[in-house]
Write a protein that binds this ligand. Structure first.
Ligand SMILES: Cc1cc2nc3c(=O)[nH]c(=O)nc-3n(C[C@H](O)[C@H](O)[C@H](O)COP(=O)(O)OP(=O)(O)OC[C@H]3O[C@@H](n4cnc5c(N)ncnc54)[C@H](O)[C@@H]3O)c2cc1C
Ligand SMILES: *[C@@H]1O[C@H](CO)[C@@H](O)[C@H](O)[C@H]1NC(C)=O
Ligand SMILES: *[C@@H]1O[C@H](CO)[C@@H](O)[C@H](O)[C@H]1NC(C)=O
Ligand SMILES: *[C@@H]1O[C@H](CO)[C@@H](O)[C@H](O)[C@H]1NC(C)=O
Ligand SMILES: *[C@@H]1O[C@H](CO)[C@@H](O)[C@H](O)[C@H]1NC(C)=O
Length: 583
């Protein structure tokens, strides 16, 4: 198969799945249905976006039944390919994705189809946890020290967040449950977590051990390499739609829910109190709803800043460009962070089983390992994180190359060729604490227009120099017994635009890194605590308005932030309950 055929194949399967979803509604019994609400209706709380954080909030805020909550989601119910853990390949560029892309900055992502990045982001109940890669990471205590520093509030220290990590987790992995690592985890929470160990990973764990990275059972809070802990349990993706909405699928007293409804503006009174929202429904009707207590924005790291700016909260100069009257002048949309990952791909041993075993739909589709590495051996937190995925079948490799990372056909065909007859180790190291920042800005005042997104990857040159060091550190693996024995080779991606540099020299990597980077889709910090929000997630200079989602994080955690977004929403729900329910 080549890259063009891969595109046709995925499109065909996506259409078939769409047909199934529309004609059979196979999954609709899993989710709460819509509730009729009339124009002008009043609720205690309005939650904008029933995604990752929003699902946690509508559940927790309706637990007592004492307060009324309206959840408004722009997307639809998650389809079968969201519920089955192996099928995330079919969700990007579908009706379940906002289809946002980064701007072509002429520097990064030049080996991608459109010289930009496809910034997949969930548009359905459960939001991005309904299409993400299901990797459970918490970050390290040090990450939360950085939050405390930014917010100047001890409430965000790791120890003070830990009860909420535990509240939201239900560890179901037998080996970890039998180990000392058990105590780090939640055992009775909402989001099920398990590993899927594969024998084939052992040799790679040993190789990393040989270059000084310890093999551990569980990398929650530990440096070193391990098998991956997933938000998968009983063969089902543990999106927040499954973990927080499925249990209340028959409805709850005082919970109202709207789907396929876009919030277009937050409404304020003249004293800067948020009073409600304007929406456009799936039938195209414009309605308004009122909030007696608070409006909570949980629309994700691209759409939360967009909605704030459309509503008059943002950088004054930006808003004035569009004649939006400024209600609070704040650095909304700046401080965008993500982990850019660099592919370091090896051709490993010959494969003897030429017919690949098809992956189970109930599992993560690939064997893989996860590592947290520090160059300074006495430092307790990582400088870089790295995944190593093992491909035993070039077809899966080309599908992921084309559909998850959207590389151009030359790169995908090179990788495919490298995988013919050989096992592939696909490493994606990424900086744990990037210094570069990107931005989200308005394109226009039309709420249907995508925002202008600049990821800003490697705009801080210190990141580039550090990444070169991390790649060199990782590539020491070439000198291990395993790599020597099987005659492992680094796959040369034949970057013509870097051919003036000596292959594998520092200058070569300085050229290679920006061109080949991928986003890991971990966008955070566009309305961050410490600059746009206070420590209780209130928007500064405004009353009765909070932002509670990945945008609220002061800095991205090392590794994937999904678990931290859920923790943050759980903690925020308690802040709200304490204020209004007197708990
Ligand atoms: C492809 C991909 C892979 C990832 N892999 C991992 C991983 O393996 N592990 C991990 O920990 N993290 C992963 N992440 C990141 C993680 O999933 C996100 O950080 C997290 O889910 C973000 O949660 P959120 O609440 O901020 O936003 P979201 O979950 O995106 O929720 C926002 C919701 O608001 C809705 N919305 C937006 N605007 C409006 C509006 N105007 N009106 C009404 N509704 C609106 C959206 O439709 C969406 O449902 C991945 C993300 C992606 C996209
Ligand atoms: C729903 O919430 C309102 C407050 O908004 C409260 O007065 C009412 O009693 C609640 N209804 C139920 C059934 O608990
Ligand atoms: C994203 O793009 C695909 C086709 O490329 C389209 O089918 C889908 O409807 C788009 N999603 C949204 C939310 O518009
Ligand atoms: C290594 O880390 C330790 C502990 O954090 C620190 O004291 C030391 O200064 C670091 N060394 C270097 C060379 O950065
Ligand atoms: C492998 O070891 C040799 C000898 O120590 C060294 O020169 C070389 O740089 C190492 N290779 C890598 C990729 O680190």
């Amino acid at each position: 198969m080549d890259a063009t055929l891969a595109v046709i194949l995925i499109r065909t399967i996506q259409l078939a799945l769409l047909g199934l979803a529309v004609t059979l509604s196979i999954t609709s019994h899993l989710w709460p249905s819509e509730t009729p609400v009339r124009d002008g209706a009043t609720f205690d709380f309005i939650v904008v976006g029933v995604g990752t954080a929003g699902s946690v909030l509508v559940n927790r805020l309706t637990e007592s039944g004492r307060y009324s909550v309206l959840g408004i989601e722009a997307g639809v119910d998650p389809p079968l390919e969201s519920v089955l853990p192996a099928l995330f390949l079919f969700l990007p560029s579908s009706r379940y994705d906002w289809n946002y892309t980064s701007e072509n900055d002429g520097y990064t992502a030049q080996t991608h189809k459109n010289k930009n990045l496809e910034l997949t982001s969930g548009k359905m109940l459960g939001g991005s946890t309904s299409l993400n890669h299901e990797i459970y990471c918490r970050g390290f205590p040090h990450d939360f020290d950085l939050w405390v520093e930014a917010v100047k509030d001890q409430r965000w220290s790791y120890n003070n967040c830990l009860p909420y990590f535990k509240k939201s987790e239900k560890l179901e992995d037998e080996a970890i449950l039998k180990s000392n690592y058990k105590d780090l985890h939640g055992l009775h929470g909402t989001v099920g977590t398990t590993r899927e160990p594969h024998d084939i990973t052992n040799k790679y764990l040993e190789a990393f051990q040989e270059i000084g990275y310890e093999t551990v059972l569980d990398t929650t809070e530990s440096l070193g390499y391990s098998e991956i802990l997933f938000t998968i349990a009983n063969g089902i993706r543990q999106s927040t739609a499954i973990s927080y909405l499925f249990p209340i699928r028959r409805g709850r007293k005082n919970l109202s829910l709207l789907k396929e409804t876009l919030v277009t503006k937050i409404i304020f009174d003249k004293n800067k109190n948020a009073r409600g929202v304007s929406v456009v429904t799936k039938e195209g009707k414009s309605l308004t709803f009122r909030a007696r207590k608070e409006v909570i924005v949980s629309a994700g790291a691209f759409n939360s800043p967009k909605l704030l700016m459309l509503s008059g909260i943002g950088p004054k100069e930006e808003l004035q460009k569009f004649d939006i009257s400024v209600i609070s002048d704040l650095p909304v949309g700046s401080n965008l962070q993500d982990h850019a990952a660099i592919p370091i791909v090896y051709r490993m041993e010959k494969r003897f089983t030429l017919i690949p075993i098809p992956p189970s739909p109930f599992k993560f589709p690939l064997p893989g390992i996860i590592g947290y590495n520090a160059l300074n051996k006495s430092q307790g937190y990582p400088d870089y994180q790295s995944f190593g995925f093992i491909f035993q079948d070039p077809t899966t490799l080309i599908l992921i190359c084309t559909f998850v990372f959207a590389y151009n056909d030359d790169i995908c065909n090179t990788l495919h060729e490298a995988g013919e007859g050989r096992e592939i180790l696909f490493n994606i190291p990424n900086i744990a604490h990037p210094k570069s920042r990107g931005s989200v800005k308005l394109r226009s005042t039309d709420p249907n227009d995508p925002p202008i997104i600049n990821m800003g990857f490697f705009s801080d040159k210190e990141d580039l120099e550090n990444m070169v060091l991390y790649l060199e550190d990782l590539m020491r693996i070439e000198n291990t017994t395993l790599f020597k024995k099987v005659g492992a080779e680094l796959v040369d991606l034949h970057l013509e635009s870097c051919s003036q540099y000596e292959y594998r020299s520092k200058d070569y990597w300085r050229c290679y890194i920006p061109k080949t980077l991928v986003s890991l889709f971990l966008y955070t910090s566009t309305c961050s605590m410490g600059s746009v929000l206070d420590a209780e997630l209130n928007v500064l200079g405004i009353n009765r308005l909070r932002v509670i989602d990945a945008s609220s994080m002061p800095t991205i955690t090392s590794g994937d932030p999904g678990a931290s977004v859920i923790m943050l929403a759980e903690k925020a729900a308690d802040i709200l309950k304490k204020k209004y329910y007197g708990l």
